[in-house]
Design a protein around this ligand. Structure first.
Ligand SMILES: Cc1cc2nc3c(=O)[nH]c(=O)nc-3n(C[C@H](O)[C@H](O)[C@H](O)COP(=O)(O)O)c2cc1C
Length: 213
């Protein structure tokens, strides 16, 4: 199928240096609020996480951002999954958001570390029972024999944990991604998009630069 006629004009908003605060997390917050409040964005906190795998290939998949602070971005996953192993071997990763209806993209390069155990415990306990059991049932990224394998394990665990606390498995928890650079992309007409990139300096200040689209 030829998609060469698929074309869209971007003209909803602008991103100027005068809109750019000193700290990119402030701009992230503004853009995140706008996405979250927009009826046209579903799951504003869905983001792509790209890792360099143990096989040498990059791989991108979607996860949910669960917290952001001035320190960085937190998501939760299985530390023994393909991405978990990749991150533990090489913590350099890339997060990205694309909110098409706002014609906006954010690309974050950063370094990941495990969040403290009590942070993972706190979040795990806040999850619905089904999600907590799901984390135990699923050996994420492993080959499994069938769908029934999961259903049966879930059924067994539902019985085993009836009326009991479900403990967080040690292999499940959060990663905090400390940003090294954050690029904000705003679509503009004639492909002359706005791209502002913040880079963390050695003195822990943020340097702001405009990139060619
Ligand atoms: C909208 C959406 C949200 C997701 N959220 C998460 C998440 O928060 N954590 C997670 O481990 N996987 C999440 N997934 C599943 C991942 O995309 C992926 O399939 C899984 O983590 C296994 O990836 P891996 O084998 O590369 O480690 C989500 C998928 C989608 C489409």
């Amino acid at each position: 199928m030829d998609l060469s006629n698929y074309r869209k004009t971007y003209d909803k908003r602008v991103l100027l240096e005068s809109d750019a605060p000193e700290n990119p997390m402030q701009l992230f917050q503004t853009w995140f609020y706008e996405a979250d409040e927009s009826d046209s964005v579903d799951e504003a906190n869905a983001m792509s996480v790209s890792t360099i795998g143990l096989d040498g290939f990059p791989k991108t998949r979607v996860v949910l951002l669960k917290q952001y602070t001035y320190e960085g971005f937190i998501f939760y996953t299985n530390y023994e999954s393909e991405k978990g192993k990749a991150i533990l071997a090489n913590p350099h990763l890339c997060l990205s958001f694309f909110w098409p209806s706002l014609e906006r993209q954010i690309i974050i390069k950063g370094i990941a570390e495990k969040v403290p155990e009590n942070t993972s415990d706190g979040y795990f306990e806040s999850r619905p029972l089904g999600s907590r059991l799901g984390a135990i049932v699923s050996p994420q990224s492993e080959v499994i024999p069938s769908r029934e394998y999961l259903e049966e394990r879930l059924h067994q665990l539902e019985k085993e944990y009836e009326g009991k606390e479900v403990p967080r498995p040690a292999y499940w928890g959060g990663f905090l991604v400390r940003p090294q650079s954050i690029e904000f992309w705003q679509g503009r007409p004639n492909r002359l998009h706005d791209r502002l990139r913040y880079t963390l300096t050695k003195d822990y200040d943020w340097k702001l630069e405009r990139l060619a689209p």
